[in-house]
Design a protein around this ligand. Structure first.
Ligand SMILES: *Cc1c(COP(=O)(O)O)cnc(C)c1O
Length: 398
């Protein structure tokens, strides 16, 4: 092995940069999009509905409402849950800002519960400590694709009459106690951003078994407007007639996007199989590194492996995370960090969230690195990542 790191002028393990995640698009995906472009409807056509039905069927939920992106879908779920000013909503700090931003959009107050240091998911015991008589909902995040402790979370929710909105942006196809993520909480959000399991360019969806939430989500997605004769207050004006009942948004997804999503969905199981295989290779090949903690999997859940996050035992290394990160990057490996604890972001600091609210999450943040993982990688790509991580960790090991 080349003992001189690329960061010190050595030859990098890879000649070309490998991203941490990216979409897998084939000729049939392209054809599906082209077919819509040649059809009558580019938006508000039949393909959106078909995509929603197929996603609902795949996860085993009664209803699905697709949105222009996952963040808009979370906003819709917070609206349907009735979150408004004065309401507190508990979520994880180890997530993308959108999981908490959606609470703010509705005027609610995000409350951050700490994580379980083994799974990095929200810790039910910490949720219990943060519940007050103002708490309205919980937004657990299935971080990296590993389902959060849903039985415990639902138990707390039932005791305190809280609504559970799952941020399952990482967890399409993940399984919790023999059930796919989707119909477990009150509403579940999936994202179709290009780094996620399947893509529509931008896109997101809420799945639910609750008809009332379903109807609210549909209306919220299109300005709060409805033509549904069941809901209209004045049903006699004529065929052109519609009503706007509340201030919604234009959060619609296009038929162009939905066609891409349908085509991608037919490959989802293979995508997940590929992700599992590569995660298995990482687990097998990196376990010899004593300075690395590999992602722990709980027996009750089956991850869909959106991200592969390694945790460093910094006392065993003569460098910090930043140096290590730069050294692996210099080998042309596109690594990343998921996530900066949300409440430490400058905007949240300005809102008055202090550092130290969730010490386990803050400690985790200092020690993690995300390795590349996506179905379009090849086995040689995975081996390049493994070689680079070993090269750099061994170089810096005490
Ligand atoms: C991607 C993501 C979102 C937001 O989805 P978009 O489709 O990008 O709006 C929300 N939460 C988490 C955890 C995500 O990874």
């Amino acid at each position: 092995m080349n003992s001189k790191l690329a960061i010190h002028g050595g030859k990098p393990v890879r000649e070309h940069y490998l991203p941490y995640g990216r979409q897998t698009i084939n000729e049939d995906d392209i054809q599906a999009v082209v077919n819509v472009l040649n059809s009558e409807y580019l938006t508000t056509g039949p393909i959106v509905n078909k995509f929603e039905n197929e996603i609902a069927k795949y996860v085993g939920a009664k209803y699905a409402v697709a949105f222009s992106n996952g963040t808009a879908a979370l906003h819709g779920a917070c609206f349907a849950a009735g979150i408004s000013e004065g309401d507190e909503v508990i979520t994880s700090p180890i997530t993308f800002a959108a999981s908490a931003n959606c609470i703010l959009y509705q005027g609610g107050t995000p409350i951050f519960a700490d994580i379980d240091p083994e799974t990095y998911n929200i810790d039910p015991d910490s949720i219990k400590e943060k519940v007050t008589d103002r708490t309205k909902a919980i937004i657990p995040v299935h971080f990296t694709g590993q389902p959060a402790a849903m039985d415990e979370i639902l138990k707390i929710a039932r005791e305190h009459e809280l609504i559970v909105i799952e941020d399952a942006a990482h967890a399409l196809g993940a399984v919790y106690k023999d059930k796919k993520i989707g119909p477990i909480g009150d509403m579940t959000m999936f994202s179709f951003h290009p780094v996620k399991h399947i893509t529509t360019g931008e896109g997101g969806i809420i799945t639910t078994d609750n008809e009332e939430y379903y109807r609210k989500l549909l209306q919220f997605r299109t300005h709060g407007i409805t033509r549904d004769p069941m809901i209209l207050r004045d049903n006699h004006q004529g065929p052109w007639y519609y009503e706007m009942h509340f201030l919604g948004f234009n959060y619609r997804i296009t038929d162009i996007q939905a066609a891409l999503g349908l085509s991608q969905l037919s490959k989802l199981d293979n995508f997940i199989k590929q992700r599992k295989k590569y995660a298995g290779m990482y687990n097998e090949q990196l376990k010899e590194l004593s300075a690395v903690i590999l992602p722990k999997q709980m027996g009750e859940a089956e991850s869909s492996w959106h991200l592969f996050v390694i945790r460093l035992k910094l006392p065993l290394l003569r460098c910090n995370r930043k140096e290590l990160f730069k050294a692996i990057q210099a080998e042309n490996i596109g690594i990343n960090v998921h996530y900066i604890p949300v409440y430490t972001l400058p905007y949240y600091q300005k809102l008055g969230y202090n550092a130290g609210i969730c010490p386990k999450a803050e400690k985790l943040y200092e020690e993690i690195i995300t390795l590349p993982l996506f179905p379009g990688m090849t086995e040689p790509d995975v081996m390049d990542v493994i070689r680079s991580v070993k090269k750099v960790i061994n170089f810096y090991s005490l």
